[in-house]
Design a protein around this ligand. Structure first.
Ligand code: ADP
Ligand code: MG
Length: 426
């Protein structure tokens, strides 16, 4: 299906053309007709799949199809000001030839900005993109008229609830036209959000685009450890084994240097790259790694995307990536092109909750492996109980002992369909 076949307004199509939008992404293909049809909707698709246009395009079309009465027609609520600005810019691009007005309304700034926002709100701007707190500040002053609101959109709904915006959202909902269409967009949809959504939406359609999961051939496992046990566990993974090509990832540059040092001291052939190094040095290390003169590459996430090195046997996440999708990207370095590979993650107590988020994202539990006994007592995997809090006491030995030495297999997904991750304003 093309955008044209969706019968979008001609002036909107012009703007899309200028922005290089030719073919809809899967979430757009499914969501846009539903949005145009006027039904409530929940759209779930991972970051970078084009959710913005999925709700912005039908919204602009709808505004264009109704007479201008100088009333606010669309409210888009987002968790952060960066996102508000980003969406506003996208709208400006799409709506360039339409005469539609929009404004991003967010916290910070000075009194002058607040005044400008007030003017825009009272003069009836077509589309408002707002962070919850700022929206409420304006609502409290009584001049915002949402009586003609056609569409209410919550973007990154998962993050908004994570950030504790639920009450704020509820208060905004109290102010908006009951007759409106409501759209929820999110990268994930845990049951907490589903419940919240169901309380707000009227018999919504749910569109869910499957996540690009780690490739079929990746065997995934995790060691649940104390932070202090990680260096020893790392050496254990490589010492005396004939690993020819592995990457160890860490989120911080400082850790990259430390890990590199630990491996070197243990006599393992290693090289490190991080964004601190000059481009030339980075290329040199990468070349050595490619040519198998270095067995273990230690790196930050800068190399987890884009680098094209085949036959990596093992990927180690020395720490749990902060962004669950980075996990997928990191693990994606191994088992390319139908080869098999292994992805191991070290999970400290503070990282258990983050790791649970990854398991939720990829939709399967990652096998917990048992560390060698001489490392001593290891923590239990209880991501829900402590929320990353340190717990003391005699919990006994070993994480999940029954899973000794086994791995869980990635469920496999259509990696071929994957869009490159966009540059986001983060
Ligand atoms: P999400 O909200 O799902 O994370 P975005 O809406 O931010 O994703 O889109 C990611 C990137 O892809 C943006 O740079 C956007 O301009 C681009 N994009 C989205 N849909 C299309 C499309 N149909 N054609 C071309 N580029 C697109
Ligand atoms: Mg988005």
């Amino acid at each position: 299906m093309t955008f044209k076949e969706m019968n979008l307004h001609p002036t909107l199509l012009e703007g899309m053309d200028a922005m290089g939008f030719e073919k809809p992404t899967p979430i757009q293909e499914q969501a846009i007709p539903i949005c145009l049809g006027g039904k409530d909707m929940i759209g779930i698709a991972q970051t970078g799949t084009g959710k913005t246009a999925a709700f912005v395009l039908p919204t602009i079309h709808k505004v264009l199809s109704t007479p201008d009465e100088s009333k606010i027609k669309t409210l888009i609520i987002v968790p952060t000001r960066e996102l508000a600005v980003q969406i506003d810019q996208a709208i400006e691009g799409f709506a360039y030839f339409t005469g539609i007005s929009s404004m991003a309304i967010y916290g910070g700034g000075d009194g002058k900005e607040f005044k400008q926002e007030k003017t825009a709100l009272t003069s009836g701007i077509d589309i408002v993109i707002a962070t919850p707190g700022r929206m409420i500040s304006h609502l409290n002053l009584g001049y915002v008229d949402f009586s003609q609101l056609q569409t209410l959109i919550l973007d990154e709904a998962d993050r908004m609830l994570d950030m504790g915006f639920q009450r704020d959202l509820q208060r905004i909902l109290d102010h908006v036209n009951k007759d409106r269409q409501t759209l929820f967009f999110s990268a994930t949809m845990p049951s907490k959000i589903m419940d919240f959504a169901k309380g707000i939406l009227k018999s919504p359609e749910v569109v869910k685009i499957a996540l690009s999961k780690p490739a079929e051939g990746v065997l995934q496992g995790a060691y649940v450890l104390h932070q202090s046990q990680k260096p020893e566990m790392l050496v254990e993974l490589f010492k005396g084994k004939d690993v020819k090509s592995a990457i160890v990832f860490s989120s911080t540059k400082k850790n990259v240097i430390n890990i590199h040092r630990i491996l070197k001291r243990a006599g393992i052939s290693t090289g490190a790259i991080s964004s601190d190094l000059e481009q030339k040095e980075r290329e040199e290390v990468l070349l050595q790694f490619k040519n198998r003169r270095i067995a273990v590459l230690v790196a930050t996430d800068v190399v987890s995307r884009g680098i094209d090195i085949d036959n990596i046997e093992l990927v180690v996440n020395y720490d749990v990536p902060g962004d669950a999708e980075d996990y997928v990207h990191r693990i994606g370095r191994t088992a390319r092109a139908s080869a098999t590979g292994v992805g191991i993650t070290f999970v400290s107590q503070d990282e258990q909750y983050k790791f649970l988020k990854i398991e939720e994202l990829i939709g399967s539990e990652i096998r917990k492996l048992q560390a060698p006994e001489r490392l001593g007592e290891t923590p239990e995997y209880k991501p829900k109980s402590g929320g990353g809090q340190r717990r003391f006491g005699n919990k006994g030995r070993g994480g999940n002992q029954k899973n000794k030495g086994k791995f869980s297999k990635g469920k496999g997904g259509n990696n071929s369909k994957r869009k490159p991750r966009p540059k986001k304003g983060e």
